[in-house]
Design a protein. Sequence first.
Length: 46
Amino acid sequence: IISGIVSGWILGNVFGNNAISIIMLAGVSMILGALSVYFVKEKQES
């Protein structure tokens, strides 16, 4: 729900209604999310 509200504003005001740009932003966000997984450390059970 929040993504639907925010992405509409971003599409209209930031990307000038160029829909491919919002898809590219989503792809970059997914790549950054996948890369951030490597920085999460799991605690060792003792």
